[in-house]
Design a binder for this molecule. Structure first.
Ligand code: SF4
Length: 122
């Protein structure tokens, strides 16, 4: 056991929408019985990419005692491929451009790298 940063999911806030599953590069999150769950704590590296995509604010990062992150196991974990993720501005999917999660006015959105400069500079 080690003390490290790891994802915490508030099941009371989670609606089971599934938006956090595909963005997890380690395949650590799955929807089980209608709620998002970290299926195995050694799959979560605690980087928190999933935090920004949750529309309910159900995901946070906490520091606590848990198992070490297992990079080899995470690499071998099947990944979800959600083709519904698109840039909110131009509609490009991740097969066309790099997509980034952003937050604006309490909304979780995806934006592609081509549209991002316009958001920043107006
Ligand atoms: S994005 Fe948030 S609300 Fe949706 S399944 Fe994941 S934790 Fe639950």
């Amino acid at each position: 056991m080690v003390k490290r940063m790891i994802v915490k999911i508030d099941e009371d806030k989670c609606t089971g929408c599934g938006q956090c599953v595909s963005p997890c590069a380690e395949g650590a999150i799955q929807i089980i019985d209608g709620k998002a769950k970290v299926v195995s704590e050694d799959l979560c590296d605690g980087m928190g990419f999933c935090i920004g995509v949750c529309p309910e604010g159900a995901i946070s990062i906490e520091e606590r005692q848990t198992v070490e992150f297992n990079a080899e196991k995470a690499e071998a974990q099947p990944k979800s491929t959600d083709v519904s993720i698109k840039c909110f501005s131009c509609g490009a999917g991740e097969d066309e451009r790099y997509l980034l999660p952003i937050r604006h006015k309490m909304e979780s959105l995806w934006v592609c790298t081509r549209c991002l400069p316009q958001l920043i500079h107006g």
